[in-house]
Write a protein that binds this ligand. Structure first.
Ligand SMILES: [Zn+2]
Length: 150
């Protein structure tokens, strides 16, 4: 049975966040064969934006989205509303990988993800991107605690 996903149109703040991420990757990428090929941006509940750039490495270097999450946290932004990633070389926004989706669900269960769909760019709640997912909240598990699966 197909799962319906609630897609929402973008607002001006969403478009501003995409542009913020695009500028980060355009200014700092090392090209199509480089190790920094994706930019990301998150918005805090107070409106501030924080950027990130991926660090590709065969051992599992972090995606741009995860770097942006760490950047926001380092600046004291604990509650985030929106996230987007943008590829270098004019590739535009790219949806988050499975690892990022699980991390977003666990750390920021109310965050919205901006991503391309067959109907164009849309905003989707992370819970809608992860139907039937295992839920493991950071609050419930603690930094080093045992995962809590509902
Ligand atoms: Zn990823």
């Amino acid at each position: 049975m197909p799962v319906a996903i609630n897609l929402h149109p973008l607002n001006d703040e969403d478009r501003e966040l995409i542009e913020f991420a695009r500028r980060i990757v355009d200014a700092n990428t090392d090209g199509p064969d480089g190790v920094h090929t994706m930019g990301a941006a998150v918005r805090g509940i107070d409106g501030r934006m924080f950027g990130g750039l991926n660090i590709f490495h065969f051992t599992g270097g972090p995606c741009a989205e995860l770097v942006a999450l760490g950047h926001a946290r380092a600046e004291g932004a604990r509650e985030l509303t929106t996230i987007v990633a943008v590829g270098n070389e004019g590739r535009g926004p790219v949806g988050p990988c499975g690892r990022d989706r699980q991390i977003l669900l666990d750390y920021h269960p109310r965050i919205r993800v901006l991503l391309p769909t067959s109907d164009g760019m849309r905003s989707v709640r992370i819970v809608d991107l992860m139907p039937l997912a295992a839920v493991r909240t950071a609050e419930a598990a603690g930094q080093h605690g045992t995962p809590v699966v509902d």
